[in-house]
Write a protein that binds this ligand. Structure first.
Ligand code: SF4
Length: 364
């Protein structure tokens, strides 16, 4: 029942059914589990003491058996455009990042699934830091609880977090079990209550896990493309050397996409590397038989980065070419540039990491 290897129980990593079972094993009535669930996921209690309608004896038991409900906030920053970033310190000292991107009528929370990442994409600051470890289900869910709880604490509206993207530090499909349980908890209609259309799992393309994720989770799928020819993608997304573009496409052709949904393709535009007219045409050809939309992401430079952002003219031209080929193509704003809000940047600053040298990336 408790998450393995930890003596303490991590309440926010339990599904409602597991919580009912746990509380029942202590001889408590099922309604106690309901109350506790509501305190955790709806009333966003920062600690057990806040759960004032639970008996003192029950609260004492929770305090003695359960881990603290919130990670420590190592740093919080807010950008001029309203983007907010929290750097959280986990129980073992690892740090992870969570970013809230407010937009008209919605707020997207970008959460991490691993501390660091093993995939080493050279344009990504997290990739320069290597993998420390997988996050537990509780550590994934706690990012949402912490941010909603912080909004509530400052008398803002917790429901401002309307969308979740698993697009922060790490490759979610390399931490599948913990991510799958976290998604199950996010989807619970009596808790965090995110609809499956409001959750997006972003992967670099872990081909053997795609079908399972599609079948079991039913959330939106985003894929980091960044190049539509193997020679270049091998460099920009090294996972491509294991699962190349043909293997990725084959997996996606049988992917159980829900009706009316499309795959979102993420494409970071790097000046002189993957932003030519030819690159755009290759992308259009590659996507031609898949229901797709494209997010173009102007590169957010970080200290020591080996790449520069494409010019606005290049970005627009790239978009125009994809539009002409019939793809919905959105240029994502560079949000939070003044607080290093691109993936892994704040952790990198604290750790003083540097980019690894990359050779052989040919201009397209
Ligand atoms: S872009 Fe994503 S998959 Fe690649 S190194 Fe960064 S976090 Fe990992």
């Amino acid at each position: 029942m408790p998450e393995a290897s930890e003596a303490l129980i991590h309440l926010s990593g339990l599904t409602k059914e597991q919580l009912v079972e746990l509380v029942g094993s202590w001889g408590e009535k099922p309604y106690r589990a309901k109350q506790l669930w509501a305190w955790l996921h709806v009333r966003l209690a920062p600690d057990v003491d806040a759960m004032t309608d639970l008996s003192l004896a029950f609260r004492d038991r929770l305090k003695s058996l359960c881990a603290s409900l919130r990670p420590e906030i190592a740093r919080h920053q807010q950008a001029a455009d309203g983007t907010e970033k929290w750097l959280m310190t986990l129980a073992d000292g690892q740090t992870i990042e969570t970013v809230l991107i407010p937009e008209e009528g919605r707020g997207t929370l970008c959460i991490s699934s691993q501390a660091g990442c093993s995939l080493n994409c050279p344009f990504c600051h997290t990739g320069t830091q290597g993998l420390a470890r997988n996050l537990t289900t509780a550590e994934i869910v706690n990012q949402i609880l912490l941010v909603r709880g912080e909004l509530l604490r400052r008398q803002d509206e917790p429901q401002r977090v309307t969308n979740i993207v698993l697009m922060g530090m790490g490759e979610p499909l390399y931490n599948y079990q913990a991510v799958a349980q976290a998604v199950q908890i996010m989807l619970d209609g009596n808790g965090l209550a995110f609809g499956s259309r409001k959750i997006t799992l972003s992967t670099a393309g872990v081909v053997p896990r795609l079908a399972q994720a599609g079948r079991e989770l039913g959330v939106n799928l985003a894929i980091s493309l960044h190049a539509a020819r193997d020679e270049l993608r091998d460099q920009l997304v090294p996972l491509n050397r294991k699962y190349n573009l043909a293997a990725l496409k084959q997996a996606l052709q049988s992917y159980p996409l829900k009706q009316g949904r499309r795959i979102t393709w993420e494409y970071v535009l790097l000046d002189g590397v993957n932003d030519s007219d030819d690159d755009a045409r290759q992308v259009a050809r590659y996507l031609s038989d898949l229901p797709s939309k494209v997010n173009l992401i102007p590169f957010n430079p970080w200290p020591g980065a080996l790449f520069a952002p494409s010019t606005p003219q290049r970005v627009e031209r790239f978009q125009q070419l994809l539009h002409q080929s019939g793809y919905v193509t959105v240029i994502r704003d560079r949000r939070g540039a003044d607080i290093e809000a691109a993936c892994g940047q704040l952790t990198g600053l604290l750790q003083g990491s540097r980019a690894r040298p990359v050779t052989g990336i040919a201009a397209a």
